[in-house]
Design a protein around this ligand. Structure first.
Ligand code: NAD
Length: 426
């Protein structure tokens, strides 16, 4: 007998996949994810315990967004979520799709509903293939606050007053008063909730240690003075709990033996220069949004970046949502609809799906540590993950990757999925 190749899943009865919340989206990424589910996952798993919520614009419109509320509730209950990219409809899309209103960002609702701490975004690597960064780059983006939750209005001349009213009945005071002398102004008020920055710090430093990279904290605190608190909390957690360990492991050699602060504009330059990788950055919400898109470009394609939301349940347990860092890839969807060939890189999508399945298996094992079936399921998910990863990476290594990686001779969306399926299901 010949041993099965390292990138084939041993044949056997289907394993009952651990319960997770599956959020389905639209366009090219919906099409590709459904295809890879059918060809890679379903031959090996019974996915009947997955709860699916359709967050396409049409479904949100038909349910007046009840489906989004239900998805957020389900996520709280189950704790492990996979999300396909979704469309946050623009004014034009509201017209085109005939929607009742411009439904808000589902990601915003989830980050709030699950007490989001951080959105972790990391580079994906394929051994033997050089992408943008040689070694891993980690990113921790504060999941709440800032411009995303801003209140604003357009106003004329006058005075703008921002007053704080303490909850404990203390005397109200004016945070800011300004005279508006222009006839046309836009005024914006936002805040950064800082209660969970300690937790963000711990998640970040733990991950930097695990992946052996040097941590940096990014803000624009030199000019945006209110951002000092973010750095101060990060630095305190680092000094109190992590510095010794980082020093011992030699991970501060490149940053002068201490945790280094980077001004956000300097960080944009370093991201282009530090192509050896081997570093991590933590930043506020909006800076994190921009900087991680830059990382995606340097690292060849948005298909090579992960995006995991970590939140906290009321009982203290972690809620984890896993998605690709990119959108619905509208341009390829339009090509697909026009009958043209497309080449979508599914790596970010599938890393997200594997992440969600792995977290779901972990949660089930935590709940029933002595149940033999659960132990076996957990071990199978673990093995399946590494086998699928090997099959994917081998496909790239043999020059059968998607076109963002291999250029015009690369495989189409469908051929790539079929090739990986052939490796897995031999
Ligand atoms: P996008 O990420 O979908 O695409 C940007 C560019 O990168 C396109 O040229 C696309 O072809 C390419 N690209 C992205 N991922 C790729 C992959 N895996 N393989 C190959 N090429 C890839 O961003 P966009 O075009 O600005 O947005 C399209 C839609 O996605 C919008 O409606 C937006 O609202 C939505 N969106 C959703 C999310 C989310 O759900 N998290 C995030 C961003 C954008």
């Amino acid at each position: 007998t010949t041993a099965a190749p390292e990138d084939a899943v041993p044949t056997g009865p289907k394993v009952k996949a651990p319960a997770l919340v599956y959020i389905s989206g639209e366009e090219m990424t919906h099409y590709a994810t459904q295809l890879l589910l059918k060809e890679w996952i379903e031959p090996h798993f019974d996915t009947s315990s997955w709860e699916t919520y359709d967050l396409s614009c049409k479904s949100r419109d038909e349910t007046s967004d009840q489906v989004l509320h239900d998805a957020v509730e389900a996520g709280k209950r189950v704790g492990a979520i996979f999300k396909e990219p979704t469309i946050t409809p623009s004014a034009v899309q509201v017209q085109e799709m005939g929607l009742k209103q411009a439904w808000g960002s589902p990601n915003g609702a989830m980050r709030k509903g699950w007490n989001g701490i951080t959105i972790s975004r990391d580079t994906i690597h394929i051994e033997g293939i050089e992408l943008g960064y040689k070694n891993q780059v980690l990113f921790e983006r504060h999941a709440v606050g800032g411009e995303y939750g801003a209140g604003w209005d357009e106003v004329g001349q006058g005075t703008l007053l921002t007053t704080y009213i303490p909850q404990d009945g203390g005397a109200p005071f004016v945070v800011d008063k300004r005279d508006l002398t222009d006839k046309h102004n836009v005024c914006v008020v936002y805040h950064n909730p800082y209660d969970n920055v300690r937790e963000l710090a711990k998640i970040f430093f733990e991950r930097c240690l695990e992946h052996q990279v040097t941590p940096y904290i990014v803000t624009k605190k030199t000019v945006f003075k209110w951002q000092e608190g973010f750095w101060a909390t990060m630095k305190k957690v680092f000094d109190d709990e992590y510095k010794d360990e980082f020093l011992k492991q030699g991970l501060l050699d490149r940053s002068g033996g201490d945790l280094q602060h980077l001004i956000s504009d300097a960080a944009t330059m370093q991201l282009i220069r530090w192509t050896d990788g081997g570093f991590g950055m933590a930043a506020h919400n909006y800076d994190g949004d921009m900087l991680t898109d830059q990382i995606a470009q340097v690292h060849r394609s948005p298909g090579f970046i992960t995006s995991n939301l970590v939140g906290r349940n009321d009982d203290g347990s972690y809620i984890k949502e896993f998605e690709a860092s990119h959108g619905t890839v509208t341009d390829l969807w339009l090509d697909h609809l026009a009958g043209k060939e497309t080449s979508l890189n599914p790596l970010g999508l599938v890393e997200a799906l594997l992440g969600a399945m792995s977290h779901a298996a972990r949660l089930e094992l935590d709940e029933k540590p002595n149940d033999k079936n659960v132990q076996e399921m957990h071990a199978f998910v673990d093995n399946f993950q590494s086998t699928l990863r090997t099959a994917l990476h081998n496909t790239f290594r043999y020059g059968q990757g998607t076109r963002d990686m291999c250029g015009p001779t690369g495989f189409t969306t469908e051929d790539f999925i079929a090739k990986v399926a052939w490796r897995l299901n031999r």
